[in-house]
Design a protein around this ligand. Structure first.
Ligand code: SF4
Length: 303
């Protein structure tokens, strides 16, 4: 029989999730036309005093449920990550020996981990990573197959233009803004860097749509630098396990940089992102398949 560990997530670790939920409710009450509470509602025309009389407590709850606009589905990954970050603050971070043990296992299981965004060179990698914000790798790959068939160089992409790019990527969220960024970054690569993707963090981050995480991915995959890009999966894994707890992606990145031995750094990003995507999932981590379950400090792990 699988056993669920008993230690509860501390109350402080649950606060962000509750606060997020409370924030959604408050925003709905502010934005919606329905009053925040049925007890505060004035009777509208045609409604008798009897009908508008205060309801008993249970009646109020039912009326509120019927009258309230439907709530959006909770962003469970965000909530899971907020809980992980809050809990992470209470953890003793992994020792050096535990970190070496964990990455030795990752390395033995997958010596040459690869990212899942399809690309053929630094430019197509850069474009794919820019398009991957708020999108899955599978969704990006579906869009870029057509896009890169039409334009796979900065010159061709700039010539295709914002509208032409948008036609290929309209299945992705925020596609208009992304198309604008890809057209402009292509133009800037031609104007500033001779049509090449620069091997330089500052120059990369000066391009539209390119932040620290994107620059880290490009520096790691295209140029073989031991950078660690912290996305939603790494953030959760680093906090849940105790590998490198931190309240922000930058704090986690700095913790990982400081703690992971150099010999593991080149592939650490991929090992952790794949672990978070397929094993240590936000909603239902698959702890029984987890290589590092015995090292993990997450109190709700199921082993
Ligand atoms: S034991 Fe579970 S919670 Fe811990 S790292 Fe593995 S999958 Fe994630």
């Amino acid at each position: 029989m699988p056993q669920k560990t008993k230690a509860p997530v501390p109350a402080s670790a649950r606060k962000p999730a509750r606060a997020a939920a409370a924030g959604v409710d408050a925003a709905q009450a502010k934005a919606g036309k329905a009053p925040a509470s049925p007890a505060q509602a004035k009777p509208s025309k045609g409604v008798s005093r009897k009908a508008a009389a205060p309801l008993p407590a249970t009646g109020r709850a039912k009326a509120a449920a019927l009258a309230a606009p439907p709530k959006p589905a909770p962003r469970r990954r965000a909530v899971a990550n907020a809980e992980a970050a809050a809990y992470g603050r209470t953890l003793a971070a992994w020792s050096h020996a535990e970190i070496v043990e964990a990455f030795t296992r990752f390395e033995a299981a997958d010596p040459e981990p690869k990212g899942e965004l399809e690309h053929s060179d630094p430019f197509t990698l850069l474009v794919a990573v820019v398009l991957s914000a708020q999108a899955t790798d599978a969704g990006v790959n579906k869009a870029t197959r057509g896009l890169f068939a039409a334009a796979s160089t900065p010159a061709a992409m700039a010539a295709l233009g914002e509208e032409g790019i948008a036609r290929h990527i309209r299945t992705l969220g925020l596609f208009k803004g992304k198309a604008k960024n890809v057209a402009e970054l292509s133009r800037l690569l031609l104007a500033r860097h001779g049509g090449q993707v620069p091997h330089d963090r500052e120059a990369l981050e000066a391009l539209p749509g390119v932040g620290r995480k994107t620059a880290n991915v490009v520096l790691n995959i295209a140029f073989g630098e031991p950078t660690i890009a912290v996305d939603t999966h790494l953030f959760r894994v680093a906090n849940r396990t105790g590998l490198a707890p931190g309240a922000t992606p930058l704090a986690v990145e700095e913790g990982l940089e400081a703690r992971i031995p150099d010999r593991f750094k080149l592939h650490a990003h991929h090992w952790l992102i794949l672990h978070g995507r397929y094993i240590c999932k936000a909603r239902q981590p698959e702890c029984r398949r987890c290589l590092i379950a015995d090292l993990c400090r997450w109190p709700e792990k199921i082993i």
